[in-house]
Write a protein that binds this ligand. Structure first.
Ligand SMILES: [Zn+2]
Length: 340
């Protein structure tokens, strides 16, 4: 079958088109015909060697597809079923993992420890998959980023920040793959959404999802405060990380919560500790989503309360390399999804 392989670490030339072996079916696993494979910032970090991966490996952890074959022991999926995957493989028998599967010790990461979805087919265990069934208002390939994008926003807002209806939330990187969907998840929960972007052009798209947009050059916290009667927002979802974290901390109210859901800069960042202490801020990390949050994400996409924003590209070396470069420049609007 055709695939894009990550053959080492470095520039985009480390991504090579190749003919690889069709996966071998095993008990409790499923072979999926890939309908969509999201290209994630994490993929670029892996490629550049900032995250551990075995090479050569088929990258890509954002999987949606049709069941092509079911292994022994899989009783509730059939050929042709549309499924969406978590981005990792956990141990379903470890009681420590229950409900916290995303941070469980021993997790293996799809597209890093295991072959991923930059390919025509991928093999995954049943417990990493959620059955989508009828895709409803979103196209099948959009379920590729149900776990890593929509599910992460669900986890950040509900499980971690425990937002309540009527609260206000700031989303950074609002036109990016994570941001544009996170702000829709926030809207679906009845939150007031302020979104920041550097791009005047993209502001219109963000606005069309019901967010109040702030276009900024270097700083946005003063404008956030101005729009919240000087108080600041209750929660900031920071999808950018290093470059925006200080401004996010300055944008939340006393006792406010800042949840880090992405980071474009893998190097250490200076942090104003006084800012956190004096205003009793809470800074949280959020690592992707659990099976429960993935199910919620799938429902949001099915019902159309979250409308997927993405562009499809073919499974071709040149296109995939381009998508990586676009992500690194922060120039993409929404997600890029490989549709083989
Ligand atoms: Zn991802």
């Amino acid at each position: 079958m055709r695939a894009i392989l990550l053959v080492g670490t470095g520039g985009v030339e480390a991504l090579e088109e190749a003919e690889v072996e069709y996966p071998k079916l095993e008990p409790n696993s499923v072979i999926i015909k890939v309908k969509g494979c999201g290209v994630c910032y994490r993929d670029t970090l892996v490629r550049r060697g900032f995250m551990r991966a075995r090479t050569p490996v088929v990258p890509g952890h954002e999987v949606a597809g049709e069941v092509a074959e079911v292994g022994e022991g899989v009783v509730d999926l059939r050929k042709g079923d549309l499924v969406a995957s978590l981005i990792y493989v956990h141990d379903p028998h470890n009681p420590e993992c229950k409900g916290e599967e995303n941070t469980c010790r021993g997790n293996r990461w799809i597209g890093e420890d295991l072959d991923g979805c930059y390919a025509e087919y991928v093999k995954l265990p049943r417990w990493s998959l959620t059955k989508v069934g009828d895709p409803g208002k979103s196209p099948p390939e959009a379920y590729a980023f149900a776990a890593c994008v929509v599910g992460t926003a669900v986890r950040a807002l509900k499980t971690i920040a425990r937002t309540k209806e009527g609260e206000s939330v700031l989303v950074t990187g609002a036109s990016g793959g994570v941001g544009i969907h996170a702000l829709q998840v926030a809207k679906s929960m009845g939150l007031r959404v302020l979104a920041v972007t550097r791009s005047e052009e993209k502001a219109k798209v963000i606005e069309s999802f019901g967010a109040e947009v702030i276009v900024y050059k270097d700083k946005f916290s003063e404008e956030v405060r101005r729009r919240t009667d000087g108080r600041g927002v209750d929660v900031a979802l920071d999808a950018v990380g290093g470059p925006t974290l200080e401004q996010s901390l300055r944008s939340v109210a006393r006792g406010g919560r800042v949840v880090l859901i992405g980071n474009v800069d893998p190097l250490p960042q200076p942090l104003m500790l006084g800012l956190i202490i004096l205003r009793e801020l809470r800074l949280y990390g959020c690592l992707n989503s659990t099976p429960r949050e993935l199910e919620e994400a799938v429902e949001l996409l099915k019902s159309g309360r979250v409308r997927p924003v993405y562009r499809a590209i073919p499974l071709e070396e040149e296109k995939v390399r381009e998508a990586h470069l676009l992500l690194e420049r922060g120039a993409s609007l929404g997600r890029t999804v490989i549709v083989p």
